[in-house]
Ligand binder design. Structure first.
Ligand SMILES: N[C@@H](CCC(=O)N[C@@H](CS)C(=O)NCC(=O)O)C(=O)O
Length: 209
């Protein structure tokens, strides 16, 4: 039985989308970061880095959302993470691209423009936002070109890269980022958003909060 320890953030949603898409039996344990539940001794025994998400499976623990998504699809021998090395590498490159590039800049914007004012964490860092916007536009243009003739990021088939990437890219909507400028990216986002796994993951999270 899988147990995911997570919070209402994109990093936890990545793993929740994959768990729901796989259709496996799992429990979700809500770790309230605002109450500091991740700083307690019990949580520190699960992960040395003290961050969510953490996946618990048969007495072992795993942190880092990318590692969790890969592990889940591997453990379930799912085509969401193909066994063929070349196809797998295509999935890996998109996981890395989202984690290190588009996801990084959209997460900066989300933190600066939305989270900081909401949580009273100080003034928005405007130069950081300008840099993030510039890079996000550059990288969305790259993504737009890559989606030409393809409905999904890798191997023209749904993979963990789409679910992981979607969890990061969906921040575009709350940020009111001009996604209409990137019609293929917009269609890809809407395609993934329409999957049952997304609605089920959100419902699971809402029920746990
Ligand atoms: N690279 C990590 C990032 C995990 C992360 O930053 N988690 C945040 C919530 S989204 C957290 O637990 N923050 C609590 C803290 O740093 O004290 C992943 O992808 O899992």
């Amino acid at each position: 039985m899988y147990r995911l320890h997570g919070f209402y953030t994109q990093n936890s949603l990545k793993a929740l989308y994959v768990l729901e898409e796989l259709g496996v039996d799992f429990e979700f344990h809500y770790v309230d970061l605002f109450k500091g539940e991740h700083r307690g001794e019990a949580f520190r025994r699960m992960t040395p880095v003290g961050k969510v998400p953490v996946l618990e499976h048969d007495g072992s623990y795993l942190f880092e959302s990318g590692a969790i998504c890969r592990y889940l699809a591997n453990a379930e021998r799912s085509p969401l993470y193909p066994a063929d090395p070349k196809q797998r590498a295509q999935v890996d490159q998109w996981l890395d691209f989202f984690a290190n590039h588009i996801g990084r800049w959209l997460t900066t914007l989300y933190f600066e423009r939305l989270l900081k004012p909401q949580a009273g964490l100080g003034p928005t860092n405007e130069p950081a936002c300008e840099e993030a916007e510039r890079f996000a536009h550059q990288q969305l243009k790259m993504l737009e070109r890559s989606l030409e003739g393809s409905e999904y990021l890798a191997n023209n088939a749904l993979s963990i890269a789409d679910l992981f990437g979607f969890a990061l890219a969906e921040q575009i909507w709350e940020l009111e980022f001009p996604v209409d400028d990137y019609p293929r990216v917009k269609a890809w986002l809407e395609r993934i958003a329409a999957r049952d796994c997304v609605a089920r993951a959100r419902a699971r999270l809402a029920a746990a909060m």
